[in-house]
Ligand binder design. Structure first.
Ligand code: PLP
Length: 398
């Protein structure tokens, strides 16, 4: 009965550990700006009415509970790919795709595919990035390295450093790119800057692995948020795409996503799809069906789809408004710092520029829970806690 005595205590997950500390905190002033899940202006989690309507339709049509195929629900995958790549992509010929366990699962399946079929090529992730990227790609057996992305002294994109690192990497390297709403910095290249990046990718025969976790949730417009990878497609560079419906549909716990590989012709597509099936089958056999049924139902019903687009834009707009209000509240609290990067950033998070000591003080003295890199979830802010958070940030940064 002692066979497990050598199992050590694993490190707690950086983000989920903070969420737990928040739950245990008894300070009535406590604020959670750590976790990346949308909250409405009352601080409540939010189910989109279009999603509720789709669930009602599914219930009424007696949605079956049978297994999906290994690669998932064909109709869902088709809708999802149209949503991502737009109407001009010939998805039947040029895209091999499978349904995945949200964006995380898509990154993991894509990582395994690359480890098997693009052997001995390192994968570069932005510095900083969503920390799970590094864990996922290491676990896939990929050689995970960093490229310069963000300049902490100017709170802006380090385009020059990024282009240099793209140029220095050996030909055929894999570059993980956040399609929009870069996590944690909220700092995206402009379309012009994306063109420069993709130009170097093409010259160096690199492979782009786009992680699209926020399409529609960033700008409020799903077409605009897809511009980076749609441009890359138009330039015929090799592309993988991890797509998540966690944030833009609010389907966090349903685990809905896709992984797709853009390829030359239908024969290649069939080959790639067959290999993706072989990766998935021993891992979990087939994906869950309820969440993908919801997305499919919404996207296949023109009226529901239109309603969905408005509701998604509503979430994006509330967050954009909170950015403006946070900066105003900081000024009102007396802060003399330049906070303009907060309104310049996009997506779920603001990368405030606060250092670890400031973040620790916010948690210890004000019960404001955030990650120690200075990232705060804009979605966690609302009219009730905004002034308190701003005044507290002013105290620790003054
Ligand atoms: N990629 C990025 C950059 C993210 O920020 C997230 C979520 O926080 C994900 C992927 C994956 O999330 P999920 O697995 O819930 O789709």
């Amino acid at each position: 009965d002692d066979i497990w005595q050598n199992v050590p205590m694993g490190a707690p997950d950086a983000i989920l550990g903070i969420a737990q500390a928040y739950r245990q905190c008894e300070d009535p002033r406590k604020v959670n700006v750590c976790v990346g899940a949308y909250r409405d202006d009352a601080g409540k989690s939010y189910v989109l009415p279009s999603v509720r309507a789709a669930e009602k339709m599914l219930w009424e049509s007696q949605e079956p509970k049978e297994y999906l195929p290994i690669e998932g629900d064909k109709d869902f995958v088709r809708c999802a790919l149209k949503f991502a790549y737009g109407p001009n992509m010939d998805i039947d010929t040029h895209v091999a795709a499978v349904q995945t366990l949200s964006g995380t699962g898509a990154c993991a399946i894509g990582g395994r595919f690359l480890a098997q079929f693009w052997k001995n090529h390192p994968i570069y992730v932005p510095d900083p990035t969503w920390s799970n990227h590094i864990s996922i790609f290491n676990q896939c057996g990929l050689d995970c390295r960093k490229y310069r992305y963000y300049n902490r002294s100017t709170n802006a994109l380090d385009l020059e450093g990024m282009l240099k690192d793209l140029n220095r990497a050996k030909d055929g390297s894999i570059f993980l790119l956040h399609a929009c709403a870069h996590n944690p910095t909220g700092c995206d290249p402009s379309l012009e800057q994306w063109k420069e990046v993709i130009d170097v990718v093409r010259q160096k025969h690199h492979v782009c692995f786009f992680d699209s976790a926020y399409q529609g949730f960033a700008s409020g417009n799903a077409e605009v948020d897809a511009q980076a990878f749609r441009y890359a497609v138009s330039q015929h560079v090799p592309i993988l795409l991890a797509q998540s419906f966690a944030k833009n549909f609010g389907l966090y716990g349903e685990r809905v996503g896709t992984l797709s590989v853009v390829c030359g012709d239908a024969e290649q597509r069939d080959h790639i799809l067959s290999e993706l099936r072989l990766i998935i089958r021993p891992l979990y056999s087939s994906p869950p069906r309820h969440g993908s049924s919801i997305v499919k139902t919404v996207l296949m019903d023109p009226a529901l789809k239109e309603q969905y687009y408005e509701e998604c834009a509503g979430m994006a707009l509330r967050i954009q408004k909170m950015r403006v209000k946070l900066v105003q509240a900081l000024q009102k609290a007396g802060s003399q710092h330049d906070w303009s990067h907060i309104t310049g950033q996009i997506g779920m998070f603001a990368f405030t520029g606060m250092n670890e000591a400031m973040c620790q003080q916010l948690t210890d003295e004000f019960s404001i829970y955030l990650t120690m890199n200075g990232r705060i979830s804009m979605a966690g802010l609302n009219q009730k806690n905004l002034e308190y958070v701003a005044a507290s940030i002013h105290v620790v940064t003054d």
